[in-house]
Design a protein around this ligand. Structure first.
Ligand code: ADP
Ligand code: TYD
Length: 202
């Protein structure tokens, strides 16, 4: 089997994705792999500008439908400017969130908009990761961790605990229907324990 080149981390807010993607990138680099670590929304100058629009302000600043368009626009720019060039150069790309976040956050929280998310993904993105780690953890604890950071980018945390619980179910359902691509990881452990389990998958 060829080693995965495009690897994503997914999960609810505060579940430890950024921590684990960083540890994983460090580990692969130590093995001599040429790795870029990137994130969504963002990862290219244009997408980082769209990030600001999406993650700040009131919860009702955008409808879920408008969010789908903005996240997809950011992703398209990220793909064109950062992800595709890196993969073409033979690098490994580790990305903190990707299309699964849109499937869950926009597709399954404020009505069933999954068909709309999938259509736009097919039309504009058309690419899945080779491997996705979904970090699962208790939404109350994750929300506490996320808000404690005081990042000023809390628009989605501000939807509250019920929203995070819906997201958790959405991610568990994704892992269930796509077992070949998605690996479910228990996030209720120390960062090192989680990192060792993730590393063991490669
Ligand atoms: P995410 O990217 O999913 O929002 P982060 O990696 O930024 O999550 O982690 C959120 C907060 O929780 C950070 O302050 C981080 O240091 C802390 N954290 C991450 N992983 C763990 C863990 N396994 N146990 C305890 N705290 C953690
Ligand atoms: P991020 O910094 O990843 O959040 P956290 O560290 O709290 O996990 O910020 C991204 C936010 O945007 C997060 O709340 C999830 C949301 N999001 C979507 O709603 N849809 C998407 O397609 C993506 C990529 C992110």
């Amino acid at each position: 089997m060829t080693s995965p080149k495009f690897i994503t981390f997914e999960g609810i807010d505060g579940s430890g994705k950024s921590t684990q993607s960083r540890l994983f990138a460090d580990r692969l680099r130590a093995q001599g792999r040429d790795v870029i670590l990137t994130r969504e929304p963002g990862g290219s100058p244009g997408a980082e500008e769209i990030r600001q629009l999406l993650l700040t302000g009131d919860t009702d600043r955008w409808s879920a439908e408008t969010e789908i368009l903005l996240f997809t626009a950011a992703r398209r720019d990220h793909l064109e400017k950062t992800i595709q060039p890196a993969l073409a150069a033979g690098k490994t790309v580790i990305c903190d969130r990707f299309a699964d976040s849109t499937r869950v956050y926009q597709g399954a929280t404020r009505g069933d908009l999954r068909a709309m998310v999938d259509s736009l993904h097919t039309l504009m993105i058309g690419r899945e990761p080779d491997l996705t780690f979904i970090i699962d953890m208790d939404p109350a604890m994750a929300l506490e961790r996320g808000l404690a950071r005081k990042s000023g980018e809390d628009r989605f945390e501000d939807f509250g605990l019920g929203f995070q619980e819906t997201l958790r179910h959405g991610f568990l359902a994704l892992a269930h229907v796509q077992p070949d691509r998605c690996v479910l990881v228990d996030g209720n452990r120390t960062p090192d324990q989680i990192a060792s389990e993730i590393a063991a998958h490669l």
